[in-house]
Design a protein around this ligand. Structure first.
Ligand code: FES
Ligand code: FES
Length: 173
C-alpha cells in the first residue's frame, strides 16, 4: 500500500497552530466548559460547540444583527466578540428568554403581530428588542425604529416588528 506525505513548501515551515484552551461560559443560567481556539467568536462557540443554533449567523461582520445576544443584559453582536472575553458574564440567547409553554412577552408579541416571515432575523430582533427596552431610551415609534436599526430584516417585516415591540413597550410593568 502506498502512502503520500504532504510537506510544507520549501522556505515555508509548517505553521504550528496555537493550542486550544478551556473557556467557561455561563449561558442561559448554566455553566458550560468548552475546549476552543482563542480566536473562536462567541457566535461560533454558541452555534458550533454548544448547539445553540437559535442565534443566527448573517454577515459575520457586525452589520446585520442576526447574531445579537444579551451579555449582562446588554445586547451585543456575538460575531464581533471572542468567547474568551465573556468568561464570567451572564449570556442570554433566544433559547434562554422563554419556553414553548411560557413565551417571553416579546416572543408572544412577535407571534401575535406576525412579525416575521422566514424567521432568520427573528432571534436577533427579539434579543435586541429585550436589550433596547432595558436601555429605556425608546419612547416613540421613531425611536424604536432608530434604536433597532442595527437589526436588518431581508423579508422587510419591519412594520410588524415595530408594532410587536411597541405593544410590549406600552404594557404596564
Ligand atoms: S452575523 Fe453578527 S452582525 Fe451579522
Ligand atoms: S423575517 Fe426573514 S429576514 Fe427577517
Amino acid at each position: 500500500m502506498s502512502t503520500t506525505t504532504t510537506q510544507a513548501p520549501l522556505g515555508n515551515p509548517a505553521i504550528a497552530l496555537p493550542p486550544t484552551g478551556t473557556v467557561t461560559l455561563k449561558i442561559n443560567g448554566v455553566e458550560r466548559q468548552l475546549e476552543i481556539a482563542p480566536w473562536t467568536s462567541l457566535l461560533d462557540a454558541l452555534r458550533e460547540y454548544l448547539d445553540l443554533t437559535g442565534t443566527k449567523k448573517g454577515c459575520d461582520h457586525g452589520q446585520c444583527g442576526a447574531c445579537t445576544v444579551l451579555v449582562d443584559g446588554k445586547r451585543i453582536n456575538s460575531c464581533l466578540t471572542l468567547a474568551v472575553m465573556k468568561e464570567g458574564a451572564e449570556i442570554t440567547t433566544i433559547e434562554g428568554l422563554g419556553t414553548e409553554e411560557n413565551l417571553h412577552p416579546l416572543q408572544q408579541a412577535f407571534v401575535d403581530h406576525d412579525a416575521f416571515q422566514c424567521g432568520y432575523c427573528t432571534p436577533g430582533q427579539i434579543c435586541s428588542a429585550v436589550g433596547m427596552l432595558t436601555e429605556g431610551k425608546a419612547k416613540t415609534t421613531a425611536e424604536i425604529r432608530e434604536l433597532m436599526s442595527g437589526n436588518l430584516c431581508r423579508c422587510g417585516a419591519y412594520t410588524n416588528i415595530v408594532s410587536a415591540i411597541e405593544e410590549v413597550l406600552n404594557q404596564p410593568r
